[in-house]
Write a new protein. Structure first.
Length: 289
């Protein structure tokens, strides 16, 4: 079994490149909701399905502190938390942080939908299930495809992590990341090698692997490792996409088919990895003969 892995120098270069990329896309890092001092100040409107008491009002999740945050009324473990802008904006990323006290893990959301109001009904933009990764001071980030501006967005929690008293959110924030472009999971994500707009790398990467299969391990900037057992055609597509994106060409994210890891009633499960969230990756080749 042979391996293709990034050296320490490559990791440093990637870190510098990601810092430069983030600076060039300031809109993706700029919070859309101001630090709120009440449900209507300084601008927009924060609201919630219920609140426990006055010091757990909706705006407490947007006050930049995150200690008390928002809490549903006692005995209710579901509910929604919303923010309405004065003018329509595009949101395609949101962050959530647990409260920093007491039962922050069990009272935090586990299943929810992120929705937008179109003037007639709530539209589901993102759906999450089984989220248990809550820790003090840790911010969970969720991205999805959306290019339509809406005035009002909300998180609609349908299940918390087991606490019977209430559901809480310490802090929530919305962002617009222009680098998050829609990708059709049924279409190949590999750039066209004959495209004259794609610059030629004067220092090409090592030859692509020729084995049957490989274990692809992608380490994210958060420290999370994603491991995939893939045919070499998929791994080569990933490497080609990464090299092209490294030069500024191609989509910002890549679709990875999870194949035999499909669970439940789904006909297909796909993971999406975002270029500027990748710290490093490793390819371990093997043959099935």
């Amino acid at each position: 079994m042979k391996k293709i892995s990034f050296s320490l120098l490559s990791m440093i270069l990637i870190t510098l490149m990601l810092s430069s990329f983030a600076s060039a896309n300031e809109a993706s890092n700029e919070p859309l909701i101001p630090v709120m001092t009440s449900n209507t100040a300084p601008s927009g409107t924060a609201s919630a399905s219920t609140i426990w008491r006055y010091d757990f009002e909706a705006y407490k999740a947007f006050d930049g502190v995150g200690d008390f945050g928002w809490s549903s009324v006692q005995g209710t473990t579901t509910g929604w938390l919303a923010y309405e802008f004065n003018n329509p904006v595009i949101v395609n990323t949101y962050t959530l942080k647990a409260r920093g006290i007491l039962n922050y893990g069990s009272e935090s959301p586990k299943d929810w939908t992120f929705e937008a109001w179109n003037g007639e009904e709530w539209l589901v933009l993102d759906k999450r299930e089984g989220i248990t990764s809550w820790a003090k001071e840790h911010i969970n980030e969720f991205s999805f495809d959306n290019s339509t501006p809406y005035t009002k967005y909300r998180i609609n929690v349908t299940k918390n992590n087991g606490y019977t008293g209430y559901v809480t959110i310490g802090a929530m924030q919305f962002f617009y990341d222009p680098a998050t472009d829609p990708v059709d999971p049924e279409q190949p994500s590999t750039p066209d090698p004959t495209d004259p707009t794609i610059p030629v790398d004067p220092d090409p990467q090592p030859e692509l692997p020729t084995s049957d299969r490989a274990i692809l391990v992608v380490t994210m900037t958060t420290g999370l490792e994603k491991e995939y057992d893939l045919p070499m055609s998929d791994v080569n597509a990933f490497l080609n996409w990464y090299d092209a994106r490294d030069t500024g060409s191609g989509p910002a994210k890549f679709a990875i088919n999870k194949y035999s890891n499909n669970k439940g009633p789904f006909s297909k499960r796909t993971d999406y990895v975002i270029f500027d969230k990748i710290l490093t990756f490793e390819v371990s080749e093997y043959t099935t003969n």
